[in-house]
Write a protein that binds this ligand. Structure first.
Ligand code: THU
Length: 160
């Protein structure tokens, strides 16, 4: 028997001002995208902005449903839109901001497990790492250099 240890790492930024100008702009788009969330049930808004290698920016927000599981997270709304409309483009960077409608969470909010699995699919498909930046409503931002850092030991097509 032996123990297996998996290590992971992130970059932490104190606030938006520490990001380079382009990443700041992208995160602002994710923050703005939260205003377009349809979240009458949870009142928790998530915005996502994706930068593609063709220069296009794709945004998404969470879209809820009275039949709760029929709703979809912001990250998957955005990434599926990118996959459907720009199937040959590579995803370079993904920015996420998440917070309840009535206040700004100050800690970084990571994407849920299903969104990580969906992002993983595209990172593997394009054979190029995706940078993932995530924050609450304000304050610190975490950056992961690859999806693998936030979903170590993932299930993927190699097991099929
Ligand atoms: N949500 C996202 O949009 N992304 C995540 O990664 C976590 C959760 C949404 C789903 C639901 O509309 C609300 O946040 C509360 O769970």
């Amino acid at each position: 028997m032996k123990e297996i240890t998996i290590t992971t790492s992130f970059v932490e930024y104190e606030n938006l001002n520490e990001l380079d100008a382009s990443s700041q702009k992208m995160m602002q788009l994710a923050i703005l995208a939260r205003k377009k969330a349809y979240a009458p049930y949870s009142k928790f808004t998530v915005g996502c902005a994706i930068l593609l290698d063709n220069g296009k920016v794709v945004e998404g927000s969470n879209q809820e449903n009275a039949a709760y599981p029929s709703g979809l997270c912001a990250e998957r709304v955005a990434i599926f839109y990118a996959g459907a409309n720009y199937p040959d483009a590579k995803i370079l960077k993904l920015f996420i901001s998440a917070s309840p409608v009535d206040r700004d969470l100050e800690q970084p909010i990571p994407p849920c497990g299903s969104c990580r699995q969906s992002i993983a699919e595209y990172e593997i498909k394009q054979d190029q790492d995706i940078e993932i930046y995530f924050m609450g409503g304000k304050g610190k931002i975490y950056k992961s250099n690859s999806l693998k850092n936030i979903l170590p030991f993932m299930f993927d097509k190699k097991y099929l």
